[in-house]
Design a protein around this ligand. Sequence first.
Ligand SMILES: [Cu+2]
Length: 161
Amino acid sequence: MNQRSIVYAVLTLGLALAVLLIPSPLARAAPQQREIHLDARMFAFTPGRVRVNQGDTVTLILHSQDVTHGVYVDGYDINIKAEPGKPARATFVADREGKFRFRCSVTCGALHPFMIGELVVGPNLPFWRAALALLIVALGSLLTLRSLTPQASTHVTVSNR
Ligand SMILES: [Cu+2]
C-alpha cells in the first residue's frame, strides 16, 4: 500500500460513515407507526397538510366537527366517512413517495369541492443514505485500486531504482 491509496481508503471510510451517521433534521431512524387525527368541518380539514415518511404505517383518524364528512386519499385509494362524534379510521403503509391530494368524499355543502388537503410522503432517508454510502464506498474502492496499479506511480518506481 502506498500513501495515496491509504489516503483514499481513509477518506472513503470517513465519507461513508459521515453519510450514514450524521443526523439530519429530516431523518427518522426507521419507518414509524403514526396516528394522524384529521378534523373535518365545513369546508376544511385540519391539518390541511399531513407529512409522513415513505415506509411509515399511517393510521388516519377522521373526526367530523359538524356534518358527515369523508376523506378520500388520491393515489392510495383510501376512503373513510365519519359522522359527528363517530370517528372513522384507516391504516395504510405510505409506500409511495410524493404529494397526494385528499378531499372530502361526502357532499357536505356548497363549498364541498374545495374541501381538500395534501398528504406529503417524504423520501425514505435511511434507504437513500445507505445507497449514497454504498456509492461512495464503490468509488473510493476504485480510486484506491487505481492508485495501487503500477502505471499510476510509474515515476515513483523509476526513481526508486
Ligand atoms: Cu365535507
